[in-house]
Design a protein around this ligand. Structure first.
Ligand code: HEM
Length: 441
């Protein structure tokens, strides 16, 4: 358990910062103690578990045996009404709203809009350039995708910078003394709240006007777009204004660094594996060759990008954007002959199965074809599992496939630092922002 209070926190942070949390912290302890062991992190006694069975047990028993557990700074910055703090029926309602906007067929219907947005961003930021920074570019793009495609909100001047200040404080110590990361983030949170309140109220007025003019319930407005659906839920009395605002902030947090890192690592793997790149390129050139002059890709075309999705999934297996996440035992839990006392934390990890030769033969090698075979549940878990499974995995898929399509069909590219170091703060990212040489085809 390490030192009193501090436990093994310093070792944990050091390994995390070098993006070697699994290799330097978890794996040596698994070798000593087995796949379930205890430690103390940031004052909390914590059990770290690895393996598909542990993933299944802890992820599927959310609300029954465990509850997700976020640092208090994250909760205060996302807001206490966001999905991360909802349990039981209330959680199911908000998760259902997001997931039904983003199920696989709904997400496919976003493709035309997504494709236009991606092309607009490539025209604005890549045209005439010889060097771009892929990671930074995808962060900006993801921000616009979440707001414009998913939520149906126009990005206003300064909005992204305000959000970045919020996200910087999400895992910082919750110290409100002026000048700290957390207090800057709290100020930014208030700023964005003011902007979002104005936007949500305007939408509400619009929808109320339509309803009183006989325009119907409003819930169908915008199809899969989330803001009208949130506001319709508000009008039906199922969601408060605070819930809407907090869940908008949460979605940006959930999507921003994760998607950008997944895209960056997909390109890194393509740069390292030219044979895979040739196969992927052919897939996209085939899609393009079937299109008429100026005709854009559709949801149907996405289904023809199966090799690209295997490449992306394999890249995400090797470089999961989320290391794992914390749960808190809400009762004493009997597991594998041990008792985990109520109140203790449990940390499950993606690496515990992704790097295990029992599940992935030669796990450190890059082999997209391994995804041809069906995978047992709770083995491939970059998006988690159980009731809190990621609500945005389909949007992530569309985002990656559409971006890869337009990049590889329009540009030749190469990485300036093919082995650019990755650091973690608190999510992983390439330290130089992934500079890339590009030239139009
Ligand atoms: C590569 C990209 C992504 C990865 C790796 C990822 C990963 C995850 C993981 C592991 C969880 C579960 C956390 C837990 O169990 O504690 C999660 C939850 C969630 N994700 Fe994602 N995510 C990604 C992209 C997105 C996007 C694009 C969105 C939406 C725009 C999104 C929305 C959410 C939401 C709302 C939850 C909370 C679900 C709940 O608590 O019920 N994610 N994500």
């Amino acid at each position: 358990m390490g030192l009193p209070w501090l436990g093994e926190t310093m070792d944990f942070y050091r390994a995390q910062q070098a993006n070697r949390l699994f290799e330097d912290f978890v794996r040596p302890r698994i070798a000593r103690h087995g796949k379930i062991f205890k430690t103390r992190l940031m004052g909390s006694p914590t059990v770290i578990v690895s393996g598909a069975e542990a993933n299944r047990f802890f992820l599927s028993n959310e609300f029954k045996l465990v509850m997700s557990s976020w640092p208090s700074s994250s909760v205060r910055l996302m807001g206490k009404n966001s999905i991360m703090e909802k349990h039981g029926e209330q959680h199911r309602h908000v998760h259902g709203l997001i997931a039904s906007s983003l199920g696989s067929s709904s997400a496919e219907s976003l493709v035309p809009k997504l494709s236009k947005l991606v092309q607009r961003h490539l025209d604005a930021h890549w045209s005439g350039q010889e060097r771009i920074y892929l990671y930074n570019f995808t962060k900006n793009l993801t921000f616009h995708i979440v707001f414009e495609c998913l939520l149906g909100i126009d990005v206003e001047l300064g909005m992204k910078e305000i959000f970045e200040r919020i996200l910087e404080g999400v895992f910082a110590p919750p110290v409100t003394v002026p000048g700290t990361r957390f207090s800057r983030a709290m100020r930014a949170r208030k700023e964005i709240e003011r902007m979002l309140v104005r936007i949500v109220r305007k939408k509400k007025e619009e929808m109320e006007r339509k309803n009183s003019g006989g325009g119907g319930g409003g819930s169908e407005e915008g199809g899969v777009v989330l803001l009208p659906r949130y506001v319709a839920a508000m009008l039906r009395g199922e969601m408060s204004e605070e819930e809407v605002i907090d869940n908008i902030v949460l979605l940006v947090f959930a999507a921003y660094d994760t998607t950008s890192f997944a895209i960056a690592m997909t390109f890194r793997m393509l740069a390292h594996h030219p044979n895979c790149y040739q196969l992927l390129l052919k897939e996209h050139m085939d899609v393009k060759s079937r299109k008429g002059e100026g005709e854009d890709i559709s949801g149907e075309d996405i289904k023809k990008m199966s090799y690209t999705w295997k490449v992306a999934r394999e890249s995400i297996r090797l470089f999961p954007p989320i290391f794992g996440s914390f749960r808190k035992a809400i009762v004493d839990i009997e597991y594998e002959g041990f008792t985990i006392p109520k109140g203790w934390k449990v940390l499950w990890t993606t690496y515990g199965t992704h790097y295990d030769p029992e599940h992935f033969q030669d796990p450190m090698s890059f082999n997209p074809d391994r995804f041809e075979e069906a995978m047992p549940p709770y083995v491939y878990v970059p998006f988690g599992g159980g009731p809190r499974v990621c609500a945005g995995s389909q949007l992530t898929r569309m985002n990656i496939l559409v971006l890869v399509h337009h990049v590889v069909t329009r540009y030749d590219w190469s990485l300036i630092h093919p082995d650019e170091p990755i650091t973690v703060d608190p999510l992983p990212f390439p330290v130089h922002g992934m500079p890339m040489r590009i030239s139009p085809k």
